[in-house]
Design a protein around this ligand. Structure first.
Ligand SMILES: Nc1ncnc2c1ncn2[C@@H]1O[C@H](COP(=O)(O)OP(=O)(O)OP(=O)(O)O)[C@@H](O)[C@H]1O
Length: 695
């Protein structure tokens, strides 16, 4: 069989392009690849055929390194995928995944430029390749948006992106689906052309079995095993079949009848001939040693520490390419960008406008039984704040009927001798109970709304103090409480509840917007195969995270600038402390939101669950972080939980900076920064661990 392969191959080369030995891979309990052994000779087109669900895509993902195998060994272009310093993943491999994995907001030109940047092509080279590919793949103009292309056109753009850098190995997962027969023939012709000099190898999966006759070798897969691996003619000859499809059907039937033991598969041959003592080694652990699959016998692949360091250090080129990608996408979605910038402004405005202010237009029934001219009751009522309290003069019975019907929040009542009795109370040393009662303002309140009731009590008290000051002048001390509130040490007398809530609300808004955007963008990119495609192109997970962090920092900065301008200039929230500290703490909370978004996207695969996770923690965190109500009201042991949450100490620190003017030397301030940094580190480590466990 091997001689058949060599006879039909365009050139000979000793080291195979891909060598898989006894490869196993499972998804949970589902065993998808089952001791699969496969060899792709250098300079050949290898057609990987098999029914839907037999494991072709899984195998290709293992070959390019986006999935780790659980057992066996893989060598691609001489080394295991992801071997430090190896070009796979990277420029040496062109990968077209089954999902189109294209940014729909990109134009065709943007798509090629993006991958050109990642592969380090000059703009001239990218331009030349782009022109060739657009012409060759019969694509529309390069300014056409991917989202406006037909399914077949998108598939061709995806193929073009895989061909862009002239890779040494092409891995194409069903590139001809949805492509018309003329173009399909052209693609195959091109593949035959590029492997001619023996430098480039191609692995292609297709559902059109007959088109695979143009491949130099076909591998027929079923149930995670390779049933046959030979040139198409040899397979047909062996099964005396007129077509490849018939041969494949016969092979499947014979497999079903005889079982795997006696099936004439090359796999058995490989397994027997090459079985080594370490063939069942777990590749997910010692990935460096596993490169021995292609190394000369007895030798081990070693890596220079410089190469190892270079492999780990993020490349600025890739980060820049990803950041440009984000900017281009933002530019193409101006509505979404405005929404991103304006949403926090809208949220904080609504909060400042609607939470913490005094209730207005509260109707109160006034029952005034006094008659005559110079009445003290009228004078007192004139000091009641009209903007907050609306007075309705009623009789006793009407007032009580109204409050019982819920039309009034309270009743203010004066007896018919109120003025004279009040003066007696003030002037005489001893008075009767009748005078005390008659000289008092009687108030009945509906206490079902605590905020309104508190406001009414406060407004009545203020009105009384102003009235006493007006009527008694220097003698007003006679009816005042002997308690004097001096100038506040911190804050001002007119600070309202809004002032308390604002710092925590800013942190919370910044944190949750960053969580949502990060989780959603990563989950969507992974679901659409975009992350995998970038990874195969040579972008590391760290580079992806850093690029996202830098792009998000830009968005967060604009959001913070707009929010701070609004609260300081429009809502006049005071800031006694360092603006730099205020901004730094908010930015760090935004970065923490990004880190938490990474945790969600690492752990969750679909956007709906990611959204639910983000929303699910939103309210509990808001409530027990002391953002809308003081932590001091939280009962133990819930208080302990509250104190370790990411925003409890941070909100307190921001309030201390803004309202007390404190700096980092104060424990309540540096504690907020320390907790934020601690959570940041924890989330980043957790995201990395989850990603590692799930790969
Ligand atoms: N992420 C995953 N989690 C769980 N099971 C999976 C996952 N991906 C694939 N599978 C399962 O693994 C099996 C092989 O899938 P794979 O995509 O490799 O098949 P395929 O041969 O490429 O199929 P097709 O030709 O239809 O693309 C299928 O049963 C599939 O349901």
């Amino acid at each position: 069989m091997k001689s058949d392969v060599e006879a039909s191959s365009p050139s000979r080369c000793d080291a195979p392009a891909i060598e898989c030995r006894d490869v196993c891979r499972s998804y949970g309990k589902l065993k998808v690849l089952n001791n699969l052994t496969l060899t792709v000779p250098q300079g050949h087109i290898y057609g990987l055929l098999g029914p839907s669900g037999c494991g072709k895509t899984t195998l290709l993902k293992c070959i390019v390194g986006t999935l780790k195998i659980s057992r066996g060994r893989i060598a691609v272009l001489g080394r295991p995928p992801a071997f430090p310093g190896h070009g796979v993943p990277g420029r040496m491999v062109g990968y077209m995944p089954q999902d189109l994995a294209l940014y729909s907001e990109f134009t065709i030109g943007d798509t090629f430029s993006f991958y050109g940047r990642i592969h380090g092509l000059s703009s001239k080279d990218t331009g030349a390749r782009m022109d060739f590919l657009i012409d060759f793949l019969d694509l529309p103009q390069k300014c056409s948006l991917v989202r406006n292309l037909s399914g077949g056109q998108r598939r061709r753009v995806s193929l073009g992106a895989a061909l862009l850098q002239n890779p040494r190995l092409l891995i194409l997962d069903e590139p001809t689906v949805g492509v018309d027969p003329v173009l399909r023939a052209k693609i195959w012709q091109h593949l035959v052309e590029i492997v001619k000099d023996g430098r480039v190898s191609v692995v292609i999966t297709t559902h059109y079995i007959e088109e695979a006759r143009q491949a130099h070798v076909v591998g027929l897969m079923r149930n995670g095993r390779l049933l046959a691996e030979a040139p198409p003619d040899a397979v047909m000859k062996q099964h005396n079949a007129p077509t490849l499809e018939t041969a494949f059907l016969q092979l499947c039937e014979s497999w079903d009848q005889t079982g795997s033991q006696r099936c004439p598969s090359p796999q058995g041959r490989h397994t027997n001939s090459s079985q080594s003592s370490d063939s069942s080694r777990d590749e997910s652990q010692p990935i460096l040693d596993s490169g021995a699959a292609s190394a000369p016998q007895g030798s081990k692949l070693t890596v220079d520490w410089k190469v190892r360091v270079r492999h780990v250090i993020p490349k600025w080129r890739n980060i820049a390419a990803l950041m440009i990608k984000t900017m281009v996408r933002m530019k193409r979605m101006p509505g979404f960008l405005c929404f991103q910038f304006l949403l926090p402004v809208i949220q904080i405005s609504l909060m400042c406008l609607c939470i913490g202010g005094d209730p207005r237009g509260i109707t109160v029934a006034v029952v005034n039984n006094e008659t005559g001219g110079q009445l003290l009751s009228r004078s007192l009522l004139s000091f009641l704040d009209n903007s907050s309290v609306e007075q309705v003069q009623l009789s006793h019975s009407e007032a009580f009927a109204g409050i019982h019907d819920g039309r009034y929040w309270g009743i203010v009542g004066f007896g018919k001798n109120f003025s004279s009795y009040l003066m007696k109370r003030v002037m005489q040393r001893q008075v009767s109970q009748e005078v005390v009662d008659g000289g008092s303002v009687h108030v009945w309140l509906d206490l079902t709304n605590r905020q309104i009731a508190i406001m009414l009590q406060k407004k009545l008290q203020e009105a009384f103090e102003a009235f006493v000051q007006h009527e008694l002048g220097t003698m007003s001390y006679l009816v005042s409480l002997p308690v004097k509130f001096e100038e506040p040490v911190y804050g001002s007398r007119n600070m309202d509840f809004t002032t308390f809530v604002t710092p925590g609300a800013i942190l919370s808004i910044t944190f949750y917007l960053a969580v949502g955007l990060t989780a959603l963008s990563f989950v969507l990119e992974r679901k659409e195969g975009l992350l995998d495609r970038c990874w195969v192109a040579g972008v590391s997970s760290l580079e992806t995270m850093l690029a996202h962090l830098f792009s998000q920092l830009f968005v967060i900065s604009v959001q913070i600038a707009l929010m701070l301008l609004l609260i300081f200039l429009v809502f006049k929230v005071p800031n006694e402390g360092s603006l730099l500290l205020v901004i730094t703490l908010i930015v760090l909370q935004g970065v923490m939101g990004i880190s938490f978004g990474l945790v969600i996207s690492a752990a969750i695969d679909d956007e709906q669950s990611a959204n639910q996770a983000a929303l699910g923690i939103f309210y509990p965190n808001l409530i027990i972080s002391g953002i809308i109500w003081p932590v001091e009201c939280i009962p133990y042991p819930l208080r302990y939980l509250s104190l370790v949450l990411p925003q409890t100490y941070a909100s307190e620190a921001l309030r201390c900076i803004m309202y007390r003017g404190w700096g980092l030397s104060r424990m309540m301030v540096w504690r907020g920064f320390a907790v934020t940094l601690g959570w940041n580190t924890f989330f980043l480590i957790l995201a990395t661990v989850i990603l590692k466990l799930r790969t």
